[in-house]
Design a protein around this ligand. Structure first.
Ligand code: C5P
Length: 356
């Protein structure tokens, strides 16, 4: 196979369909029970072979220093594999920061998966998860994608069947929330909300969207300090959301919709924040040039794909920001990984295979 010089990884953000805090661990971390869902909002991470280790985040206020999860992931990868090599990393951030959507974890996961492909290291998913868990609590899920029941500190994961087909409208207010501060506040005040993750898992398995919504909730919501939550949730529900809740430690709030027209009628004035309309139909895997990627995370792809395409067309017509991923034209490399990532390899980034 030709040598790979550069790879682009699209790594999905997540929403918490449920988040419960079930205990505190001796190291101060919290024992959690959650349902996590990957969504069609992607970090775009470009990795190029290099002799050094460099990070740039064009247009983003996020610092490109050693505490960045992408740098931590690259160092962990090179230490573990023993490869004497480097990488230039460019991250085009699409996922809001301090949102509870695991953008930083998606960046780390993308670096691990991308380096694995770039250097042909063949690390298994469990090796990548073990490396990722040391970088951030949400990195193992960022590597897994799809719909998962996630427990422990984020390291105990059970892949579920795809969440019943639905749409999410995510509202990011003009402030963020610090995760350590939200957990510290929880330690002081606790929560009256404890979602039933077991019931939600059963509802996911039964393809029962009403049941998924009935069991949705977030134990960090009351203590997150995200002051606009109630107003945003009310606006989402007025516009037809089956339910609305905060994701992770906040500050983003989302509604779950089963009717594409409802959420499209929602306007920025209704919610007062950045509005992102996404779905759980995450694009998976790689495809050959000219072929479509699979929508593996949709419960019924034959229904989901036309629904998705119609939805994207309506959104574009109305001038909404809609994330669809980038796929198709550039993909020439198959089966680089098995995770929830779309890897894009431009033919110009491949050295031609040597003639025999
Ligand atoms: O691991 P990560 O950097 O994503 O976590 C950020 C912070 O969130 C931790 O420093 C910790 O304060 C808190 N946290 C927690 N329990 C978890 C996950 C995160 O207390 N299960």
């Amino acid at each position: 196979m030709a040598k790979l010089n550069r790879v682009t990884v699209l790594a999905p953000a997540k929403l918490n369909l449920a988040l419960d805090v079930v205990g505190t661990l001796p190291n101060g971390y919290h024992d959690l029970d959650m349902t996590m869902q990957a969504i069609t909002l992607y970090e775009k991470v470009v990795l190029a072979r290099s002799s050094g280790l460099n990070l740039s985040l064009p247009g983003s206020p996020v610092a490109a220093n050693d505490s960045n999860t992408a740098i931590k992931a690259a160092i962990a990868f090179f230490r573990y594999t023993g490869l004497l090599a480097g990488v230039d990393i460019t991250i085009y951030k699409n996922v809001p920061v301090r949102a509870g959507m695991a953008g930083g974890s998606a960046d780390a996961a993308a670096v691990l998966v991308g380096l694995n492909a770039l250097y042909g290291a063949h690390l298994s998913m469990s090796e990548l998860c073990a490396l990722g868990a040391k970088i951030g609590a949400d990195v193992p899920f960022a590597l897994m994608g799809g719909t998962c029941r996630v427990q422990g500190v984020g390291d105990v994961m059970k892949a579920l069947p795809p969440c019943p087909d639905c749409w999410f409208t995510v509202v990011m207010p003009d402030y963020g929330v610090s995760t350590p501060e939200a957990f510290a506040a929880y330690d002081k005040v606790g929560s009256s909300t404890h979602p039933d993750c077991e019931a939600q898992e059963k509802a996911v398995r039964a393809e029962d969207l009403a049941g998924v919504c009935a069991a949705a909730g977030n134990a960090l919501e009351e203590c997150s300090g995200a002051k606009d939550n109630e107003a945003i949730k009310a606006a989402l529900c007025e516009h037809g959301a089956l339910t609305a809740l905060m994701t992770g430690s906040g500050a983003a709030v989302f509604g779950i919709f089963d009717d594409e027209n409802d959420k499209i009628n929602l306007s920025l004035d209704d919610v007062g924040g950045e509005l992102l309309i996404v779905s759980q139909f995450t694009l998976y895997g790689n495809c050959r040039k000219g072929r479509r990627p699979e929508f593996l995370s949709a419960a019924r792809p034959e229904i989901a794909i036309p629904m998705y395409e119609k939805f994207v067309a309506i959104c574009r017509e109305k001038g909404y920001h809609v994330e669809t991923g980038e796929f198709g034209a550039y993909m020439e490399v198959e089966s680089l990984n098995d995770g929830p990532f779309t890897l894009i390899v431009d033919s110009a980034d491949l050295d031609a295979p040597k003639k025999q």
